[in-house]
Design a protein around this ligand. Structure first.
Ligand SMILES: *[C@@H]1O[C@H](CO)[C@@H](O)[C@H](O)[C@H]1NC(C)=O
Ligand SMILES: *[C@@H]1O[C@H](CO)[C@@H](O)[C@H](O)[C@H]1NC(C)=O
Ligand SMILES: *[C@@H]1O[C@H](CO)[C@@H](O)[C@H](O)[C@H]1NC(C)=O
Length: 380
């Protein structure tokens, strides 16, 4: 009788200990390790396609914190946030779909401190590119080198918040690093009239693209050194088909600018090789290739199939036959039905287009996202 009593007490003590330990670890870590089916942190790098407000804090000519930008963004009540679209960016939608309760917070926002960063941080900046010189026409913007310097600061914050060992695990296994960059290196660098003439004379397209990819290799490797393991890299979209390019080149409805698209295709082919190389050479890392070019081209070509009425005219903008010259702002004309335009402004997709693009990246097949899709990447 006595031994069995003591066994029972022992079991009870063990059970209690187990309950207390679970209770403590649950309340201690909160976002850090509750539900492994949800994404931990989303770290977003790139340009205006995914900027969630960093440029609001820079002295720059590239800003989207003016109405009617953000008019369909629910959590701001339709007020502008610095996003270059009418609603959510692809980065916002992907974060939501992968189970995040908050959008990744802009690095330069004053409230990007303490536990708020555990869901992720957004470093993207309108006008930014792979190369440092890209976007200098805007006076200020964060290029990729600086965005990664900033992640290095965040990385140290995670050590403080979670402790070094848990932080490393959280960043390696439960975090996704998305990089959407490259379009500005062409649009606001190589192809820019006047500023780029020198570069275009001294550098062939091949040499310029080489330069871009060598920098990108270095940048992705730095992120790997800081414990990033799950990556998704977008290729450059059909920049010859955006309302801005079609307007300034005075093209017809169904035409696109040949040189701009040719440069994008050339870069994209080489990007695919780079990602294959990194998948082979960086142990434990997975680099997804997001085929933004083919995805956006599909929306532009078959726009009516997806419920759009135009893939050429910006919803918000002014100038020329496609409202493609002056960026969206308070004095712009705005379309009647924002969900019927592929393009929100002269450069950027509408939220309606972003929803379709995000859906394919999350759940699509190898035509658009490979070797696995984003939902599979999270669950790796
Ligand atoms: C940070 O501040 C912005 C702007 O005031 C607000 O919209 C956002 O919800 C805040 N985010 C967090 C995580 O506190
Ligand atoms: C780009 O700028 C960053 C930050 O200012 C600097 O560390 C880096 O060396 C620069 N790269 C080049 C190629 O100039
Ligand atoms: C991160 O910052 C530290 C200095 O705080 C520096 O020594 C290290 O090289 C940086 N790492 C990367 C990958 O940039």
């Amino acid at each position: 009788m006595k031994p069995s009593m003591s066994l029972k007490t022992q079991n009870l003590a063990l059970l209690l200990l187990f309950v207390i330990a679970n209770f403590l670890s649950y309340y201690h870590c909160e976002a850090a390790d509750e539900d492994s089916s949800k994404l931990g942190a989303s770290f977003i790098f790139g340009d205006s396609l995914v900027d969630a407000g960093n440029n609001n804090y820079l002295p720059t000519l590239s800003r989207a914190n003016i109405p009617p930008n953000g008019i369909d963004f629910k959590s701001s009540g339709g007020n502008p946030t610095g996003r270059y679209t009418n609603g959510r960016t692809i980065g916002d939608i992907v974060g939501e779909e992968l189970g995040q309760p908050n959008y990744a917070i802009p690095f330069l926002a004053p409230n990007a401190t303490g536990k708020a960063i555990l869901y992720g941080v957004n470093y993207a900046s309108g006008g930014g590119g792979i190369l440092n010189a890209t976007g200098r026409i805007f006076v200020n913007r964060l290029g990729m080198d600086i965005q990664i310097d900033y992640f290095n600061i965040t990385r140290k914050e995670f050590d403080k918040l979670l402790g070094p060992s848990k932080a490393r695990d959280y960043i390696m296994k439960q975090s996704i690093f998305s990089i959407t960059v490259g379009a500005n290196d062409f649009l606001n660098n190589y192809l820019l009239p006047v500023l780029s003439v020198g570069a275009r004379i001294t550098q062939s397209p091949d040499a310029f693209i080489d330069d871009m990819l060598n920098h990108l290799r270095g940048q992705l490797t730095r992120l790997y050194q800081l414990d990033a393991r799950k990556f998704v890299i977008g290729n450059v979209g059909p920049i010859g088909c955006i309302p801005y390019q079609k307007t300034i080149n005075q093209l017809k409805e169904n035409e696109c600018v040949g040189l701009a698209n040719k440069l994008a295709v050339q870069y994209n082919g080489r990007l695919k090789d780079l990602l294959a190389e990194l998948n082979d050479n960086l142990p434990g890392a997975t680099f997804l290739h997001a085929n933004v070019f083919d995805l956006v081209m599909e929306l532009i070509t078959n726009y009516d199939k997806y419920g759009f009425t135009t893939a050429t005219r910006a919803c918000c903008g002014n100038g020329g036959q496609f409202a493609g010259i002056i960026p969206c702002g308070p004095t712009s004309s705005m379309c009647q039905d924002r969900s019927k335009h592929v393009f929100w402004d002269p450069y950027h997709p509408s939220e309606a287009a972003n929803l379709l693009l995000a859906k394919q990246l999350l759940d699509g097949d190898k035509r658009y996202i490979s070797p696995v899709n984003l939902r599979q990447l999270r669950d790796l």
